[in-house]
Design a protein around this ligand. Structure first.
Ligand SMILES: [Zn+2]
Length: 352
């Protein structure tokens, strides 16, 4: 699954321009799926029936990543940009990026002043992203255009997958290619002759700009129960606001609450029991600073009991996220246990 994750991380997929990711997954799951289609917003919806009657489980993983879009090519060849998704302006400076122009990926860097210039600057001011620019090494606008840059081109981080420590890795777009890899693996590795019910996978678009793909898909999948599989921000580093309720290396996150969702108690209790019965390391998650596709799915069609399996991540939405591959495996095990453990839709009812 690590190899699959690496392949997914190399594909560009800023919000609204997820074509490479969606195509890759569609090709990969084509022969396994009972039904597979791409809806009007680009969501890839993959259906696989189990051998026995049971609930329709919708599982969403978003194909998009936080990124940027080229807004203007300046006369001097520098590129102005707009943000796609939640970024912290304080950490954009001097980061490496790829600009995905007409002829493929162009390496670039978000420019900053030299340290030699610092004494002439007001260092208490954080540069707003609209003051920033991407430098692709073009001498002027004509050269930038000749390289293939156009207004509207997507920009992604250029931070390759790197193993670190005993079993950790850093890179970009773990949010949410981790979820995509977990969901692809669920289709590929589950023995559906043992499954009660149906798995409907939603590889959603535009999550990072407001769960837009999931909203578009939600009413069409007729789910009895729904999950998002996504990363979440841990709180295990020494900054003052960290409360140490979620940590890297402590297992799969089972969401109880975030800013978009109060998870169904029937769903998170079920997952907690599955984790305990199968010796899967887990941690309960209550963190209001984040939202996932489950925020859209749970309000579809009269309401769908929903929960989230979270891959713990440090430095989310920066150019470098870090995950623990043991946590990643725990999430895969929990999703698999869910598929084998569900029996009937009544088990996720509100009054149980
Ligand atoms: Zn995400």
């Amino acid at each position: 699954m690590e190899e699959l994750l690496k392949q997914l991380l190399e594909l560009p997929g800023a919000c609204g321009q997820e074509q490479a990711v969606i195509s890759f997954i569609k090709d990969r799951l084509n022969s396994i799926a009972d039904e597979i289609c791409v809806n009007g917003l680009g969501d890839l919806i993959v259906t696989k029936k189990g051998a026995f009657d049971g609930p329709v489980l919708a599982v969403s993983a978003h194909a998009d990543e936080v990124g940027f879009i080229i807004k203007k090519i300046e006369k001097n060849g520098l590129l102005r940009f707009e943000k796609l998704g939640g970024h912290d302006d304080r950490i954009l400076l001097s980061q490496k990026v790829f600009v995905w122009g007409e002829n493929g990926a162009l390496p670039g860097v978000i420019g900053t002043i030299s340290a030699h210039m610092q004494k002439f600057d007001n260092t208490s001011v954080i540069r707003h992203y609209r003051e920033l620019y991407i430098d692709i090494g073009a001498a002027d606008a004509e050269e930038a255009a000749a390289l293939g840059v156009r207004t509207g081109d997507q920009v992604t981080w250029d931070t390759p997958y790197t193993k670190a420590g005993k079993n950790r890795a850093f890179g970009h777009a773990f949010d949410d290619r981790c979820g995509c890899a977990l969901l692809i693996s669920a289709f590929e590795n589950t023995d559906f002759s043992k499954v009660h019910g149906t798995l409907v996978g939603i590889f959603s678009t535009q999550e990072e700009v407001g769960l837009r793909g999931a909203h578009a898909a939600a009413d069409t999948v007729h789910a009895d129960v729904a999950l998002a599989v996504d990363t979440t921000a841990v709180s295990d580093t020494p900054e003052a606001m960290m409360d140490n309720t979620l940590a890297l290396g402590k297992g799969a996150g089972i969401k109880v609450m975030d800013g978009s969702l109060l998870a169904a108690k029937s769903v998170w209790r079920f997952m907690q029991k599955l984790a305990e019965d199968n010796s899967i390391p887990y941690q309960m998650e209550i963190f209001t600073g984040i939202g996932t596709d489950a925020g859209a799915l749970h309000m579809a069609a009269g309401g769908v009991p929903s929960g989230v399996i979270s891959v713990p991540s440090r430095y989310a939405h920066s150019s470098i996220e870090m995950i623990d591959l043991g946590d990643f495996k725990a999430c895969a095990d929990l999703l698999e246990a869910f598929l084998y453990g569900m029996k009937e839709k009544e088990q996720f009812g509100f009054l149980l």
